[in-house]
Design a protein around this ligand. Sequence first.
Ligand code: KIV
Length: 286
Amino acid sequence: MSEERRKKITLPYLFKKVEKGEPISWLTCYDYPTAYLQEQAGVEMILVGDSLGMTMLGYDSTLPVTMDDMIRHSAAVRRGAPTAFVIGDMPYMTYQASTEDAIRNAGRFMAEAGCDAIKLEGGAAMAPRIRGIVEAGIPAIGHLGLTPQSVSSLGGFRLQGKSAALAKQIVDDAKALEEAGAFAILLELVPDRLCQVITERAENCIIMSLGSGPHAHGQLLIYHDMFGLYPKFKPRMAKVFGNAGEVILNGLKQYVSEVKDTTFPAKENYFGMKDDEYDELKKLLD
Ligand code: KIV
């Protein structure tokens, strides 16, 4: 594995990529060793998503995740990926109630975890939160389409903006977030043509796609979906790039079996003691 350090990924770097028409790579990540690997692989943006409530903590939704959970995981990711552009995902009810809450909690991601930006869910109604955070000097990303914190009111994990009227609402929401100062917007699970329309209309905003097709400025995937690491389900849009879950499970089964039949530990897995020291020890014990 190369130990060569790349330069820190910055906002001007990301906008330069958009200008050159080069797609941006973005993945979720929640821990130090995975962040280390993503950094080595050249992943440019990392989202410490509140999806960690499901993928790492085993909850059925993202709603129970707290700011303290997010700060601990974000700080670990930052330690593993010093040059990636790391985004902290604001958990449920840490920004919805007031702009003051939003600014304070966004500030924690920056001060306590060393994040580069924050992300929050919601359309025009959340524009004042984005504006407040950006005016406090914190780069902010909006999130439209399937927004997991509102999954109950959206009727489940399903494609959003299918009809012209609902698609128009998402186009308007995207404009409101851009005008409020969001430097990027994530479109999750909307039709590819809607994503294309929003990308073409964006003036000073990076549009990223999660399951919304190839016409955005870059792509996001959930790391656990890419590698078969989330046991409960795999969304249709996620591509599996390797079945790490299966590799780990096979290794675990082999471990259990080797402990049982005493092939583990072998000579190379432990340390011996010199005869004279051993004899002395026995004397001491006698
Ligand atoms: O929490 C998360 O990982 C997210 C993605 C679903 C985009 O917000």
